[in-house]
Design a protein around this ligand. Sequence first.
Ligand code: AMP
Ligand code: TRP
Length: 339
Amino acid sequence: MGYTKTSRPRIFSGIKPTGHLTLGNYLGAVRRWVREDQHRADALFCVVDLHALTVEHDPARVRRLTRQAATLLLASGLDPALCTVFVQSQVDEHARLSYLMECTATDGELRRMIQYKEKAAREGARGGSVRLSLLTYPALMAADILAYGTDEVPVGDDQTQHVELTRDLAQRFNQRYGPVFTVPRATHPEVAARVMDLRDPVSKMGKSHAETAGIVYLLDEADAVRRKFIRAVTDSGSEVRYDRMEQPGVANLLDVLASCTGGKPEVLAEEYASYGALKLAAAEAVVEVLRPIRARHAELCADPSYVDGVLRAGAERARGLARPRVDAAYAAVGLLPPA
Ligand code: AMP
Ligand code: TRP
């Protein structure tokens, strides 16, 4: 069949252009894509702009953030000679397959998604309305993944439930209509699978939060990074221990430091006598991680035609990979072949 694969695993992951990329995105996802995934697999990385339309958005801002996210992925070290980087809306197959996923998923299944429940509740509390696409979002995410015969989906912890649903949908579809889709699995980093907000260490560091004092952005200048770490909320007590339940603020700082330096959070805890010293060490480690990314980002911004070219080639390759499988899915459910 036209959509069989080579022996290397196929990897797919995505990032939403709903805000500036954060340290959480980098440590939880992007860094692994750069260091491991692009080298060992046939990997596709996608700026999933259609997903940014599930909440109120400003068109000009989405456009700007989409370019910025793509540029930052390259600045972080994704190499178009090794992997495929592209923008979701430039490959029609995602939206095309999403409809079949909506025909496979159930209403109850989608309403059980934690992210939907949380976001819908937040919108409701503000008196706003909830877009239907916020509910159907996991069907589109399943389409993103399944269109490519993906084996592995490297993501932060927060996406586990969505990938589980994707597996269910792939299995259900295959059972009903024949073996069209590969059943993928999520993979997570060992440390920093969930980087917490520095000012609110029981909440995820999320790029679309309104309150930004506890969020470190990849493009933050060194002094801004230091300021945010110095003001990080720590816990009562003064002893540095790695205890996520009792001391979430300190544990988060230890996770970030460990993730940046390659150490183990439990071991690092013993090296710091005070919260202040730990904050300074974490800040400096992050500044060093971000320095080359910021520099490369500035270079790439000076050459927008390079980024455009990468995205054009990426979309073309992605289209070629997705098309035969989505065609097969359309045929399998009983739709006529392309006229
Ligand atoms: P998003 O920003 O929601 O599009 O997420 C893009 C990727 O970054 C996904 O794999 C997320 O799981 C991951 N991610 C986002 N925020 C965090 C965080 N605070 N800690 C760890 N991973 C994260
Ligand atoms: N839902 C993911 C997030 O919020 C983004 C995403 C969309 C994604 N499609 C994907 C991640 C496919 C991995 C694979 O972070």
